[in-house]
Design a protein around this ligand. Sequence first.
Ligand SMILES: NC(=O)c1ccc[n+]([C@@H]2O[C@H](COP(=O)([O-])OP(=O)(O)OC[C@H]3O[C@@H](n4cnc5c(N)ncnc54)[C@H](O)[C@@H]3O)[C@@H](O)[C@H]2O)c1
Length: 325
Amino acid sequence: MNYLLTGGYGCIGSWIAKNLLAQGHDVSIFDLVEDPRRMSLIMPPEDVARIKFIQGDITDGQAITQATEHTGAIHIIHLAGLQVPVCKMDPIKGAMVNVIGTLNVLETASTLIDQVKRVVYASSGAVYGMEEEYGTGPVSNDAQLKPLTHYGVFKQCNEGNARVAFLDRGVSSIGLRPWTVYGPGRDFGLTSDPTKAVKAALLGRKFAIKFGGRNNMQYVRDTADIFIRCTRAEFQGAEAYSIRGDVVDIDEIISAIEDVVPEAKGLITHTSNIIPIAPDLDGSRLEAEIGDIVHTPLADGIRDTFDIFRACHVSGNLNATDLDE
Ligand SMILES: NC(=O)c1ccc[n+]([C@@H]2O[C@H](COP(=O)([O-])OP(=O)(O)OC[C@H]3O[C@@H](n4cnc5c(N)ncnc54)[C@H](O)[C@@H]3O)[C@@H](O)[C@H]2O)c1
């Protein structure tokens, strides 16, 4: 099958590309620049070379439609987007890329409705508000969305537009709401800090995670698997699903890193800032749709991340400039 990944050179896209290639599919990437930096951490050069790159900006509707038609993609996995800090600094740009960009993808799927079977797109746990808003226990998939960032509002808007695209023109879509995706390739955005902390521990450097409190940690390989499985679900409609990973306190994340790298004890610290998103999300609606999801426990995900970083470090392929941002 033919897959088109928008923003496919990002962290999640790199893992989706890796998994799809391993399953024998054709993968095209629509992105601003050809940048296989993250992929090279997890894929041999001959696999990276199998990916077809189409340069384009997701705010350009014609470009994404032409790319989809040209590749003959049956599925679009839409990941292109700007993260929380950029949307905060420049909300207009954020809305152009995150909202208009997603509308362009939905319009493309509508124009090419006989070709494109499904759009699976990245929403975010940031559509929810603070934990206190929802009472105790996991927040239901259908709980009221109360985003507290422009980024979260844009993602909420995308979920609404996807619903309307189905109602008006039959575009089938699934939105997914990751929280903290961690693992090799995660090098940007507020919740990239746990991954950066693993890298810092490997390099024997001090690192302060810029938040505290509870997190919903999802290993990127599992997240990639969920996106791919959503393209294949027997489903017609427009739904958005929360993903539940390991809901843990920041100190548990630091302990998991120290268990893997005992010599890094004391190097990793954290602040007391709280990420304004309820971490404890109920993932049962997603599992009802696609079956049990693969769930790598935090300790194993941290170890995997460390092992991959270490192998790259040994071969001189580990970039650590993200630790200085
Ligand atoms: N990583 C997480 O923890 C997380 C959590 C929730 C939601 N998400 C969402 O998942 C998606 C992918 O996340 P990621 O961590 O892989 O992000 P990332 O920042 O690593 O990658 C984003 C990709 O989008 C591309 N892009 C940006 N602007 C573009 C434009 N105008 N046109 C075309 N491509 C453009 C970038 O070049 C990059 O390759 C994003 O939409 C993000 O909001 C991620």
